[in-house]
Design a protein around this ligand. Structure first.
Ligand SMILES: Cc1cc2nc3c(=O)[nH]c(=O)nc-3n(C[C@H](O)[C@H](O)[C@H](O)COP(=O)(O)OP(=O)(O)OC[C@H]3O[C@@H](n4cnc5c(N)ncnc54)[C@H](O)[C@@H]3O)c2cc1C
Length: 490
């Protein structure tokens, strides 16, 4: 089918005002931040989608999806456009980007049952601002909070900066509504808990737009006590020492909302004004007064137990002011992109993994050593380090951060720099039994390892795809490896 025929079909469903064929917007829609450098330099190899469409209702979404299903048109669901792993990149000639821009209503804030229901296109910050006015919070605070939207946040299994207390999005979603490719609308009702078979929310949460389109979400909400926040910061000699303290806090049952350890290199870019060439350990205790007091005592107890590993305590106001400026606005994202257009040939990327307490320090050391020794362009690295930022009773994550000066053609940046580094991180993680993907989603550039990640359980994922998207129209190449897409990964 040619692109004009696709447009005619979609015009039969939506008015012209909900169909966008602007050339610049289509170029922008062809890739996300994974290829931000190639995109800025106008050398993207991905085809542009035929159109971006903006359904206003679940019914319109269902009609668009079932039309695409019938005619074999690829669908890329899109919400806040902050994807970092290629989840929004287009690998098909006939693609419609189905954007949640106009699904933007806050449907209900239910203060009695402590839950809020919103459409998929509501920006998390907008919901959070509404809740804060009432002394409430979602507890969800990814750095992309000012831009990311609820549909995308659920689809990627996102996690926020206060996760150690509130959990990831999977702990927050009560119920939701989604549309499958055949147009079927499924609503998972809002109940506190149920034992009615497997938890079907988890078919939708983290599906990365490969099984269904999320139209509505209900999340838990919490009382908010920002006046009780207490910050702690310490200089420590190495990552392993920080992990020991984090573990002590967690296994003793305390839940600071923020609990983090930064490597020296990562500390340099965040805490250059006080880090003194050391690693940094930090916490935020939050909640009602009694909980904060107990959490503070738990943190101090853990720090005292490992006092031989604490170099010095940092003024808590330094941690607080750093934390207040951590989020990225749309302006920050645009400025970074503009910098690349204006000749900044320097890029920064991240790969986030997880493993148990025993494994994480070894994993961190192995990865850093291998990148320094094996990566042929190691001399172009301007920063290599990482931090642990989300802890659990049984382990934590590691967020590897790497910046480099680009000395190759823009179209080769991924092949020469980004992917070889990511490969080392993923290989080491899988070798040690960790997960290669903690919270950004697999997207299109870790899909070659999806099967290895899941091992004998991969069949469950594969069967879901076969059952819910038998014609393979949902976000081709994301999450599931596709031979046909390999040329874009080169
Ligand atoms: C500066 C910055 C900071 C970040 N910080 C964090 C962080 O702290 N924690 C974190 O977890 N992530 C973070 N991210 C990654 C990103 O913000 C998250 O993955 C976020 O959940 C994406 O939401 P979005 O609305 O922007 O989705 P999009 O970018 O629009 O889409 C992301 C993926 O979800 C799918 N999708 C989108 N909408 C729907 C829908 N309605 N139905 C089905 N599938 C859909 C898309 O197809 C795509 O695969 C950060 C990104 C940036 C740029």
């Amino acid at each position: 089918m040619d692109r004009n025929s696709v447009l005619e079909l979609v015009a039969g469903i939506l008015p012209a005002s909900q169909i966008n064929t602007d050339a610049d917007e289509l170029y922008d829609a062809a890739a996300d931040r994974y290829k931000k450098y190639a995109k800025a330099r106008k050398v993207l190899d991905a085809p542009t989608p035929v159109a971006i469409v903006y359904p206003r209702t679940t019914e319109e979404t269902a009609r668009v999806l079932s039309m695409c299903n019938e005619h074999g048109i690829n669908v890329i669901p899109r919400s806040g456009k902050t994807a970092t792993e290629g989840g929004l990149e287009n690998w098909k000639e006939n693609t419609l980007v189905v954007d949640a821009r106009d699904l933007n209503r806050i449907i209900k804030i239910d203060e009695t049952n402590m839950q809020a229901t919103v459409e998929a296109g509501v920006v998390l910050q907008t919901l959070e601002d509404e809740l804060n006015k009432r002394g409430l919070t979602t507890g969800h605070s990814p750095q992309s909070k000012p831009v990311a939207k609820l549909g995308g946040l659920v689809a990627t299994r996102s996690i926020g900066q206060f996760s150690t207390l509130y959990g990831g999005i999977e702990d927050m979603v009560v119920g939701l509504e989604c549309v499958f490719p055949d147009g079927h609308v499924a609503r998972i009702k809002n109940v506190p808990r149920r034992a009615g078979g497997p938890d079907i929310r988890h078919i939708v949460i983290g599906n990365e737009g490969t099984l269904c389109y999320i139209t509505e979400v209900t999340v838990k909400i919490y009382r908010h006590f920002p006046e009780n926040h207490v910050f702690f910061g310490y200089l420590i000699p190495d990552v392993a020492s920080g992990i020991k303290v984090l573990r002590e806090v967690m296994v003793n049952g305390y839940r600071p909302s923020v609990a983090r350890v930064y490597s020296e290199e990562d500390a340099r870019q965040h805490f250059y004004h006080f880090y003194k060439g050391k690693c940094v350990l930090l916490f935020l205790a939050e909640g009602n007064k009694g909980i904060v007091e107990a959490t503070c005592a738990g943190i101090e107890e853990a720090v005292a137990k490992f006092e031989d590993r604490i170099i010095e305590q940092v003024d808590s106001s330094l941690i607080e002011s750093w934390f207040t400026h951590l989020n990225w606005s749309q302006q920050d994202i645009d400025d970074e992109f503009q910098g690349m257009i204006d000749n900044d040939s320097h890029a920064g990327f991240t790969t986030e993994v997880s493993a148990d307490w025993e494994t994480i320090p070894t994993l961190y050391d192995n990865v850093i050593k291998r990148i320094r020794e094996e990566f042929p362009r190691a001399h172009d690295l301007t920063m290599l380090g990482g931090h642990s930022s989300h802890s659990y009773i049984n382990g934590t994550n590691m967020y590897f951060v790497y910046n480099y000066a680009i000395h190759c053609a823009p179209e080769d940046e991924m092949r020469v720099y980004h992917h070889p580094i990511q490969r080392i991180i993923v290989e080491e993680t899988l070798k040690l039994g960790g997960s290669m993907c903690h919270h950004h989603g697999i997207g299109k550039y870790r899909n070659e390892w999806t099967q290895e990640e899941h091992g004998s359980a991969y069949i469950m994922l594969e069967k879901l795809k076969e059952a819910f998207d038998p014609n393979g129209i949902m976000n081709f190449g994301t999450l599931f490896y596709q031979e046909e897409g390999a040329r874009f990964q080169k």
